[in-house]
Structure formats: structure tokens, C-alpha cells
Design a binder for this molecule. Structure first.
Ligand code: SF4
Length: 246
């Protein structure tokens, strides 16, 4: 995603995947706490205009939305309606929202949401089988135009077959980044890829994480190579709908 929009910052840990949350990690490096919630100065970023009166962000861009928090966090309830107003105004941009709180989705959508907006992708995160079985039935039920399953950080082998259908546009998988993080096994990644191919659902291995186990051996992969090494694995697959470049 070329443009990041963080209307608010700070989050609360909600499940196993949050253990080494990068928001907490980065904030700690600056003597701050990732749990401290605040609305950021870039709240209006997508609707900012230049001196010529044109939007600063050009039409067609993919906007990584709320990546230093969770868009559906309860602490953001008072501000989300305004964020939806911005997303509604910029129908020409593609907003990608990842969440570990899909159970809050129905209570957090605007009144004119209908069956979903064309310019919004929702990524439901499932880091292990327990969270997949808890979140994906809700994810498949709520009205969304573009659904993506995010298996990151991938913590164990997953069986997603019950949830893969034409309702899912893509499954994207990644290991965990950081120091002393949990291992991602290459066989788990290949297993999800196989399930996606069988169901003709697009698949992306977007990053290896810092510790990748392959054929029983653990490889430590520096941050700068985690995306390129994943791509090099050659597992990406275009299903019924082509992969969106997140
Ligand atoms: S939901 Fe995401 S941003 Fe929030 S604590 Fe968990 S990993 Fe961090």
C-alpha cells in the first residue's frame, strides 16, 4: 500500500496475534505506550486539497487505513462516523481496513452502508484456528463488498476450507516481524496456498516474518528481505478475482 492513513493511533490487545504488536513495539522505542489512544493530526488526510483546489491524494490510490490501531476499536466510536464521511467522499480511492474485531463491524457501519461500499476492502485477521473459527463465520455474514482473509502473524497450521468461497477475494499470509518473535512454518503457508488453489481463491504470501522454518530448519530473515523472500517463494496465485496489491 503506497499511502497510509491513520486517523487514530493506539490500540488494545485482543487476541494471540497481538502479543508482539508492532504498534506497541514502535511506541515503546519512542518511550510511549501503544495502548494510549489519540486522534492523529492526519485525520483529514484523504480529503486534503492542494493550492490548486485538487485533492492531494490522486484518484485510484490504495489507502492502508488505520494500520496503527484497529478501525473498529471501541475507543474510536466517537470518531468513526467522521472517518466514514471521508471514505464516502473519496469514492475514487481504495480503502483497505484490517481488523481483529469483526464482531463489532455491524454496530460500526454507517446508515447508508447497504451491502457495502465498492471502495472499501475489509481484511479479517485470523492468526490461528481458534480465531478463524470465531471470526470467519461473522465475516462471511456481514455485508461487505470486498473480503480478504489475513493470516498474519501465522501462528499455526490452519484449515480454512469451510470458509473459502467466491465471497473471499483473497487470502494473504505472513509471518511475524520483530525480535524474538514466533516461528512461521513454510509448510503452514503452503497448506493454505493449496486450500486456496482448490477453491480458486487468490493467495498471497506477503512476508516471511523474522523467523521462518523450512524443512525443520529455522531461518532468521532480516526485515528488509521479508517481503522479497516471500515473493521469491513463488506461491502467489490469482484465483477468480486477481490479487489486490496491498
Ligand atoms: S488489534 Fe492490531 S493494532 Fe491492535 S493490539 Fe492487536 S495487533 Fe496491535
Amino acid at each position: 500500500m503506497s499511502i497510509m492513513w491513520s486517523p487514530w493511533h493506539g490500540c488494545r490487545k485482543v487476541s494471540e496475534g497481538c502479543k508482539f504488536c508492532y504498534v506497541y513495539r514502535q511506541d515503546k522505542a519512542h518511550d510511549k505506550c501503544g495502548a494510549d489512544f489519540y486522534v492523529t493530526k492526519q485525520f483529514n488526510l484523504p480529503v486534503k486539497r492542494g493550492r490548486d483546489g485538487e485533492y492531494k491524494i490522486k484518484s485510484g490510490e490504495v489507502i492502508g487505513t488505520c494500520l496503527t490501531s484497529d478501525f473498529f476499536l471501541d475507543l474510536a466510536d466517537d470518531y468513526r462516523e467522521k472517518a466514514w464521511d471521508i471514505i464516502r467522499e473519496r469514492k475514487d480511492l481504495n480503502f483497505v481496513i484490517f481488523t481483529k474485531r469483526i464482531e463489532r463491524f455491524k454496530d460500526c457501519i454507517p446508515s447508508d452502508w447497504g451491502e457495502g461500499w465498492d471502495n472499501v476492502w475489509i481484511g479479517c485477521t485470523c492468526e490461528n484456528q481458534r480465531r478463524a473459527e470465531q471470526r470467519l463465520p461473522i465475516f462471511l455474514q456481514v455485508p461487505i463488498k470486498h473480503r480478504v482473509i489475513i493470516c498474519a502473524p501465522l501462528l499455526e497450521n490452519l484449515d480454512l476450507t469451510a470458509f473459502l468461497s467466491s465471497k473471499i477475494e483473497e487470502v494473504t499470509v505472513g509471518g511475524e516481524s520483530g525480535i524474538n518473535v514466533r516461528v512461521c512454518d513454510f509448510d503452514w503457508v503452503k497448506n493454505i496456498q493449496r486450500q486456496c488453489i482448490e477453491k480458486n481463491v487468490s493467495f498471497t504470501f506477503h512476508q516471511t516474518g523474522a523467523r521462518l522454518r523450512k524443512n525443520g530448519k529455522i531461518y532468521i530473515i532480516p526485515r528488509k528481505y521479508q517481503h522479497s523472500q516471500a515473493k521469491k517463494a513463488g506461491l502467489n496465485f490469482d484465483g477468480e478475482t486477481p490479487c489486490v496489491s496491498f
